[in-house]
Design a protein around this ligand. Sequence first.
Ligand code: ADP
Ligand code: MG
Length: 288
Amino acid sequence: SIPLGFFGGIGGASRNGILVKGSNYLEALNYVDTVVFDKTGTLTKGVFNVTEVNPADGIGKDELLRFAALCESHSNHPIALSILKAYGEEINKEDIESYEEIPGYGIKVFAGGREILAGNAKLMKMKNISFEEVDAAGTIVNVAVDGKYAGHIIISDEIKEDSERAIRSLKALGVKRTVMLTGDVKSVGEKVASGLGIDEVFAELLPHEKVERVEELSKKEGVKGKIAFVGDGINDAPVLARADVGIAMGGLGSDAAIEAADVVIMTDEPSKVAGAIGIARRTRRIVW
Ligand code: ADP
Ligand code: MG
């Protein structure tokens, strides 16, 4: 039977905006000594702003933005939303003949008889596009039309105000390791992680590589505790499912995340991860 105190713990958590899907997860939270965060939408706002539009020779800025917007019109990725906002006009969905989202890479569409790609450097390499590799403070979305580089768009995201507290509170609770995983480039990943005091960062990961990292972290020598993964579910639902405790950010998060997760944070505050661990510990003291 389940001790009554667990229900108290689950109820207490829910009053704090934390949904725990079962008493076993509340118990598991007690043993968490590694917390792995996804970057975009979890530690950062996931609200990107276009800061530069740099077309290749012979292409106009508006034209480049339109190509990118055609690609992004079916996507709900934070990057897509920022490009659509910058473009500003409605995209007629009937103009798009086919659409393919390649998680961790970007998008490919056929529109007006042309193949258009929008995504990171990995996507350009995969499709053998010769492109200009730039080093910028933000995330770069490269665009190619019919196999030819058309330019790039630079967008930037902001760290959530609550993220620093999220890491500090975990350390105060004695959590041994904090880790950040991202599909974004190294320069952006390292900047975010070092600013927040995160112990380890792994960048340029594809969704399946995020799962592998979590598996590796759990096999590391001396690791006895459980691993929690915190994500928004956009491209990371498999990682949520694989971690000992999968924690979804419900604020911006997708339905897939809420489904795959063991714990759902109803706001966009990552510091609630420490809050959940704190509640789990207090509950345990009452039960045993
Ligand atoms: P994170 O790990 O930071 O949450 P994702 O795994 O969602 O990021 O995406 C990783 C990278 O893949 C992005 O930084 C971007 O370069 C590229 N990407 C993913 N989705 C899109 C998209 N809709 N449009 C353009 N690029 C994308
Ligand atoms: Mg993500």
